[in-house]
Every structure is written in structure tokens, then in C-alpha cells.
Design a protein around this ligand. Sequence first.
Ligand code: KG4
Ligand code: ZN
Length: 351
Amino acid sequence: MRVLGLETTCDETAAAVVRLSEDGHGEILANEVLSQIAEHAAYGGVVPEIAARAHVEALDHLIDRALAQARLTLDDLDGIAAAAGPGLIGGVIVGLTTAKTLALVARKPLLAVNHLEGHALTARLTDAIGFPYLLLLVSGGHTQLIAVKGVGDYVRLGTTIDDAIGEAFDKVAKLLGLPYPGGPEVERAAEGGDPDRFALPRPMLGRPDANFSLAGLKTALRLEAERIAPLTDADVADLCASFQAAVVDVVVDRTRVGLRLFREAAGHPTAVVVAGGVAANQTMRRALQRLAAEAGLRLLAPPLPLCGDNGAIIAWAGIERLRLGLVDDMTVPARARWPLDAGRDEAGEKA
Ligand code: KG4
Ligand code: ZN
């Protein structure tokens, strides 16, 4: 079984081919990703209209490259998958309409994948783990703790009530004069900094629900930065280290509560999985590793190229759906909003 996967929900244009081998393992035959970071850098964040146009310009070419890399033609495929949301609607429409067109022309099944489901199922591509497991999804757009009980069977245990964690890293970088995207920059600056110099708040710590809040932390950091301005490089390093330490404390505490809620909702997890762009953060990974070990569980983090947005995670989710016969028809809509635990029939924008 071989599936093409398209990803266009944010600022990465991506096309990949993944194969399901006889023994049930996934194999990535091609994974072409074109980041639009340069196009958006001047604005300090993703500009939806620029993103949609860039997807239109790049996608056909990336599909050609992915098929060439996999040494396949459209005829050789068993399905065409695209992320149908949630995301910036202009971009989502580009990917989904392209997938519909290819599916019609090549007479292949269409698989409309929830982008979050792509992240949620990645650990089954890389580590072949069984259900159920706890997923911590941390990216520029999402911060969620999810019980992954099966394909299409998800329970959201917690989410952010304001900013996503990656977004908070990006905003902090911006206010400290560091380039976009901010996460890697803040992590690098934090390496030489003192995490104890600024006593920043740990929002939601100790609360019995598993929700997150980042806005107050970001504001507290801004006030500290304003108080000691002008900032030296050492100040920036200390601010980054203190911010990262606070975020990591919050993530560990929220994930610990998430594990407790998981056991009530879904029984014993097979593992703790962390995914999304922020999962690249090494300090966070180490802290989560300790937490998982405490709970007697494995921490699985997909390799860095599969942490962020890419086509292989969409193709793999497409394979998981196709093998269960969960195919879509041409009326499936593009959705700006699409919670993972909502039904598939909720109204969305038409593609
Ligand atoms: O999953 P992703 O590539 O795109 C989506 O948002 O869907 O995640 C990108 C986010 C950005 O906010 C970026 O700043 C953050 O992940 N990020 C990091 C690190 N690397 C990327 N945040 C903290 N530490 C990092 N090392
Ligand atoms: Zn993503």
C-alpha cells in the first residue's frame, strides 16, 4: 500500500510518499518539504495570504519531486491523502483541492486527514506502538494533551486557553529582538543563561485539569525585560533560560495531570508521545523523559524532521485510514477549525 500525502495547512508546503510493508511497518519513500520561513520572516509570523499563494506556486513541483524520488507514478499509488484542516483556510484549500483533482484523474481513493491526526499517529510510523497512548502535541498552532485510543478515536484531555507554546516562544523571541521562528533561537540563547535569575510565574501549575495558559508568563517576561532595558546579550540569555525553565515546569506538571486523566479516560497508556515543532526542544525532552520514566513509561519523540509539519505524517495517517476503509468523497470540506475529538461531519468551509 502506497499513499501520497500533501501538507499545506500552515507555512510548510510538503508532499511525501509512504509505503506500508507486508509486516505492517511504514517506510518513507519520499518526503519533500519546502519551508516558507523566508517569506514570512519579515513579518515575525505567518501571513495567511502569502502562505496560500506560496503553496499554489510550489505544490505541483513538490509532488513531481516526491514521485520521482519514490520512483513511482500516480498510477502506482493506492490513495491520495491531504491535510483537510485545521489550519489557514487558503492553504488548506490548495492542498485538499489538489488531492481531490489527483484522486479524480487517477481514480484513486481520497483521504482527508486531520492535520492533528497526522501528528497523533506519527509514533506508529516510527515506532509501531499500539493504542492507547498519551500524546503531547506542542507546535506553533497547537498545545494539546490527547488520549489516542485508536484511529479516529481521540479524547482531548487538555489544551491551551490562550497562546500555543510555540507561539509563546515566537513572541518572546520577537520581543527580545531574536529572529523568527523563535523557538530554536530562544533555546540556543538559553544555553548560556541563568534559569534562576528571573522568578517568572508558572501559570496553571497544580491545577486539577490539564489545561495550559501561556499569556501571563509571556507578559511577565516582557515586564522584566522592560525593567532592565537596555538588554545586554547576557540579559537576553538569562531571560530566555528563565522563560524556557518556566515553560518546561508547566509542561511537565500539565503532562503529569494529563497522565492521571488518561488513566480515567482510557486505561493504561503504552507510551507518552511528544510531537510538534516544539518537541525539538532538548530541555523539554529531557524533562519529559524523566516524567515518563517516573511513571514507568517510554517517552517517544519522533525524529526531528518528522516533528514539524511534513507530508509523511499525512501520508501515514492516510494509510492508517485507508487500511480501515475510512475513505472520503469529493464533498469533504476544508476546515479552518477541526478539533481532533469532533465528528467528521461538522460543517466546515467548502473546498
Ligand atoms: O509543528 P511546527 O513545525 O509548525 C506548526 O506550528 O504547526 O512548529 C513550529 C513551532 C514554532 O513556533 C517554533 O518556534 C517552535 O515550533 N519550535 C521550538 C523549537 N523548535 C521549533 N520551540 C522551542 N524550542 C525549539 N527548539
Ligand atoms: Zn503541525
